[in-house]
Design a binder for this molecule. Structure first.
Ligand code: GDP
Length: 486
């Protein structure tokens, strides 16, 4: 069990002002009690409504968790294939796919959806997620047991016959919530992965009426790799509740991410060894996360120039001293450096940035040390150690004072949202060239929803331009067509 006996003895600041439950055993997950020593306290209000909601959710999760009688009862209903019996526990089961950043965005989205619909969030366990995160809910697990009757969730896709889109299209489900006689299946598959817009009916998830219908179904199986939270804010039914929980809209990921994600002791060990070896003594910590997407190609050479121009123009890093010999002797032996943590798949960027500040003095006489924890060269999201390194780097970046991240990168979104810092985005290349300007400051700390619904006609609220539907959601500065909360 993850439950401890020390209830009430843990100081409130260690529980992030009441965000975290006191009902855990500290040794089982050291990062839960130590992240706050390295990361700055959140300057953003935490509502009592969110805190209450989380404590209630924890009770529900414990009551309905795998291996409880209520869980077994719902499995019986799943096998019988109907949701007609009112049941105490309803579930949303999320299946991981894509890179770690995408997964974490999806996990927060799924959790918020669970909070709004009183469902219990479970995860379909895959090998590469093992020993990555601690269990987030006291006295229970969020992993589905292996004997779950529905198998091969990985293979569900856009065209699956159990999907909401397919069932509505073929009149297998009535999506008029006022029609009394319609039979409700025991489970439904919701396909909300990046390609969901290719099938016009999947996006009806974002209509209020369809939400009413889905809410009657005992099990929701969800494939999601996106940050749908801004989309949830567009559904009238959930507006008031969201407003109560998040008086400052842009803090959804910031608070829920700090609540849900605690690196396992193995990953925390990596974070601590690295931080204390290289970053702890720095005067200022600057995190740079640089990534090249196939959809926005750029040479390493140009990416390097883009980083240098951005960081020097925006006074994030000092400029080089043109009169090298004059100034270089003013550097004191004990000077505490500005430390740059460079997270990137590519080792070359590190060599070049480090060499630049080794070979040259700076106009401010400051010394700049550059560190890179790993350079994996390729994405390998099916490998556990690769994902552990990625998580460790997200954590190290989130301890920064200033962040520069790659536009459109969900890996970067994790770092800045958890930190609660508005980053500079390294903008996407244009025609394989360095964009002008090379970077832009984000106006908020929340991630961008890359593929919001479009041309959606609903009874209560249409979504024709996702950036203009509700006051608190607008287009993202770093990704065309995406929307974010502000
Ligand atoms: P996105 O593709 O940038 O939106 O971010 P994702 O996290 O979804 O997918 C990229 C994956 O590539 C990460 O999860 C890592 O596995 C790997 N990756 C990308 N950049 C880095 C990096 O700087 N450090 C490490 N360790 N892994 C990275």
């Amino acid at each position: 069990s993850t439950e401890g006996t020390a209830t009430g003895t843990i100081p409130n600041d260690q529980l992030l002002g009441g965000l975290l439950s006191p009902n855990f055993n500290e040794q089982s997950c050291v990062s839960r009690y130590q992240s706050m020593l390295y990361r700055k306290a959140s300057p953003y209000i935490l509502s009592s409504s969110l805190i209450n909601k989380l404590r209630k959710y924890e009770e529900l999760h414990k009551k309905c968790s795998p291996n409880t009688p209520l869980f077994h009862q719902s499995l019986q209903q799943l096998k019988a294939n109907n949701s007609t019996d009112q049941i105490k526990c309803n579930y949303v089961l999320w299946t991981p796919s894509g890179g770690l950043g995408n997964r974490m965005l999806a996990m927060v989205s799924t959790f918020l959806y669970a909070l709004l619909t009183n469902r219990v969030m479970l995860i379909y366990q895959v090998d590469d997620m093992v020993d990555l995160f601690c269990e987030p809910f006291p006295g229970s697990t969020w992993y589905l047991p292996p004997d779950f009757p529905i198998k091969n969730l990985e293979s569900y896709n856009l065209y699956s016959e159990n999907s909401y889109g397919y069932m509505v299209e073929h009149n297998m489900i009535n999506n008029d919530p006022n029609s009394p006689s319609s039979a409700v299946p025991s489970f439904i598959y919701l396909h909300l992965q990046y390609d969901y817009l290719y099938h016009a009916l999947h996006k009806r998830f974002f209509c209020e009426d369809d939400q009413e219908v889905i809410n009657k179904i005992n099990w929701v199986l969800l494939k999601l790799d996106n940050y749908i939270v801004p989309g949830l804010f567009m559904i009238p039914k959930y507006e008031k509740e969201l407003e109560r929980m998040f008086p400052i809209k842009e803090t959804v990921f910031h608070h829920l991410g700090r609540y849900l994600f605690h690196p396992s002791n193995s990953v925390w060990g990596m974070v601590m060894r690295y931080h204390n070896s290289y970053m702890a003594k720095a005067k200022e910590r600057i995190g740079i996360q640089a990534r090249i997407f196939n959809s926005a190609p750029i040479s390493i050479d140009d990416l390097y120039k883009q980083i240098v121009t951005c960081t020097q123009d925006e006074s994030i890093l000092p400029k080089l001293n043109p009169e090298q010999s004059k100034n270089s002797f003013f550097v004191l032996n004990e000077a505490t450096p500005r430390a740059v943590l460079l997270a990137s798949l590519y080792g070359v960027l590190y060599d070049r940035l480090k060499n630049m500040y080794y070979l040259h003095s700076t106009t401010t006489s400051e010394i700049v040390s550059v560190y890179q924890p790993s350079h994996e060269e390729n994405q390998q999201s099916e490998q556990q150690l690769h994902n552990q390194k990625a998580l460790a780097e997200i954590w190290l970046l989130s301890f920064s004072d200033v962040l520069v991240t790659t536009a459109g990168s969900t890996f970067g979104y994790m770092a800045y949202s958890l930190a609660g810092i508005k980053p500079w985005f390294l903008m996407r290349s244009k025609d394989q060239k360095i964009p002008d300007p090379p970077c832009r400051r984000s106006v908020t700390i929340d991630p961008c929803f890359h593929s919001p619904p479009d041309d959606l006609i609903c009874r209560t609220r249409n979504i024709t331009n996702a950036g203009k539907v509700v006051r608190h959601v607008r287009h993202c500065e770093d990704f065309n067509g995406g929307v974010k909360l502000f």
